[in-house]
Design a protein around this ligand. Sequence first.
Ligand code: OSB
Ligand code: MG
Length: 368
Amino acid sequence: VALEAIELRVLHLPLVSPFTTSFGTETVREVIVVRARTADGDGWGEIVTQQAPLYSSEYTQGAWDVAQRFLVPALLDVGTLAPEQVAGILEPFVAHRMVKAGLELAILDAALRAEGRPLGEYLGAVVDRVPSGVSVGIQQDPAALVEAVGGYLDAGYVRIKIKIKPGRDVADTAAVRDAFGAIPLQVDANSAYTLADAATLAELDRFDLLLIEQPLQEDDIVDHATLAARLRTPVCLDESIVSAKAAADALALGAASVINIKAGRVGGYLEAVRIHDLCREAGVPVWCGGMLETGIGRAANAALAALPGFTLPGDVSASDRFYARDIVTEPIRLEDGHVRVPTGHGLGVEIDPVALEDATVARAELRR
Ligand code: OSB
Ligand code: MG
């Protein structure tokens, strides 16, 4: 595509209920939306950083700065480019993967819309809908957790993930198992433990969880391997998997037997497909994680999750799990426990300009 300009917006989207993890509570999703303006039309992307660097070292104001100071100018300098060139052009700049992913998605969307081709088809989707799991935050107490999980099960979600942290692990998991029996259940620690907690984490073995996600810190690859050898519950990595190389290394070391793929965390949907491919080759199941995406990233995640190696339900829930008002005209809905893979050109969703404007708290445009 022939890039003419890139527009960035910081959005504030209120959440329908607070979302609490081991690293903090969010009540408003702060996110950056990217519009790539090209000679053949616009494309949209989303930079999934959060307000503070708690899940990852990336955060919104850092993303806002690095995008305008370095990454967007590098793309505008090239001018005419294919989506497959974006990662290479941005490669000299270390990390900032969520920013790179959002920029790449906007250019990919513009290119696919111009070609009249859906993102799912481009990425290699093999199904037209994907099973939908939900990530449930830490609640006031186990009774409130059971109530929240019950609501999501009633809505039709086919897999429940609960967030855990030290002191809110075994009893919370036991409460959900006791209340709902043999539902597909997994836990996510968001790096809140150390190897010294291995005995506590081993107590979770009795709940027959699908997996435990990211118990230890991002760079604790060897410790994850040590822990995995002590648990019956499969260890899944999220934060640690920042690239296809990191995924290959983790598998080689026995640090994970399942991988959560998030395009933002790994620098884009193309790198996400490479991780999918290498895991599939290795017989390692993957699933599509989420970052409280708007309708833009949610559409892209549904397309990614439709690839054949995504054999576990992902955190690709309906838009209304987080938002009363999305920025797309047809937000992703839950239908019979599944979400549909959009079939329109590019992302296959249209931006609602009024909703976008209402959510915008900062805007910048860089031109060629
Ligand atoms: O660890 O998967 C995570 C949200 C923000 C940051 C990290 C995580 C999450 C979630 C929510 O679990 C996933 C979703 O978007 O539904
Ligand atoms: Mg996670």
